[in-house]
Design a protein around this ligand. Structure first.
Ligand SMILES: Nc1ncnc2c1ncn2[C@@H]1O[C@H](COP(=O)(O)OP(=O)(O)OP(=O)(O)O)[C@@H](O)[C@H]1O
Ligand SMILES: [Mg+2]
Length: 174
């Protein structure tokens, strides 16, 4: 959380640079999954992941992408009741110009009128703030900054009571 806060302020002042390396989507998912697996299991959630076999290696900041995935997975875990499922998948975009990441949960979902607001700094769904004292509302701001620093975009599809799907798209650099 502290690191996200520092990075959000660095990105705002334009001093955070990405460290590009050759990245494997499978490795990214493994690292992120390893960090949240115990928490998911403790909450009675199943965590699955799949990387499409044709997904190429790509240039990106591995550490920041892992943290982005961990943020999305932590949210999915936090907002999904026991017995639910979380699935991560990665595939190349149809035009082969980007890699698409998708984190899907079967949780409580996000009201339509809040969807535009949750990526804002300290943006949290109003009605749920109480009782969630350990959260700051910076996780998604961090994710958005990292994805956009890579030249990509991030968005969410959600239905209250059914779940949420966070997607982000990173252009393939060669
Ligand atoms: N998977 C999800 N399901 C339902 N609501 C979500 C989900 N992910 C995010 N949200 C909503 O978006 C808000 C913002 O998410 P964000 O990760 O930025 O903050 P947070 O999780 O509340 O706090 P932090 O990440 O700083 O600990 C959340 O408070 C929650 O209301
Ligand atoms: Mg969060």
């Amino acid at each position: 959380m502290i690191n996200d806060l520092l990075d959000v302020s660095k990105m705002e002042s334009g001093t955070l640079s990405l460290e590009y390396n050759q990245v494997s989507a499978t490795k990214l998912l493994d690292s992120a999954q390893r960090q949240v697996q115990a928490l998911a299991t403790a909450q009675g959630l199943t965590l699955t992941s799949e990387v499409a076999p044709e997904t190429p290696l790509f240039q990106a900041d591995e550490d920041k992408l892992v943290r982005t995935l961990v943020n999305l997975l932590s949210n999915a875990i936090k907002f999904t009741p026991e017995g639910g499922g979380i699935d991560i998948s990665v595939r190349p975009a149809k035009d082969q110009q980007a890699i698409v990441f998708c984190v899907r949960d079967t949780g409580e979902g996000i009201p339509q009128d809040q969807l535009g607001h949750i990526f804002d700094k300290f943006g949290q769904v109003e009605s749920r703030k109480s009782g969630r004292k350990m959260s700051t509302g910076l996780g998604l701001t961090f994710c958005k900054m990292v994805v956009e620093a890579h030249g990509g975009c991030i968005w969410v599809e959600s239905e209250v009571g059914r779940g949420s799907t966070f997607l982000f798209r990173l252009p393939v650099r060669s």
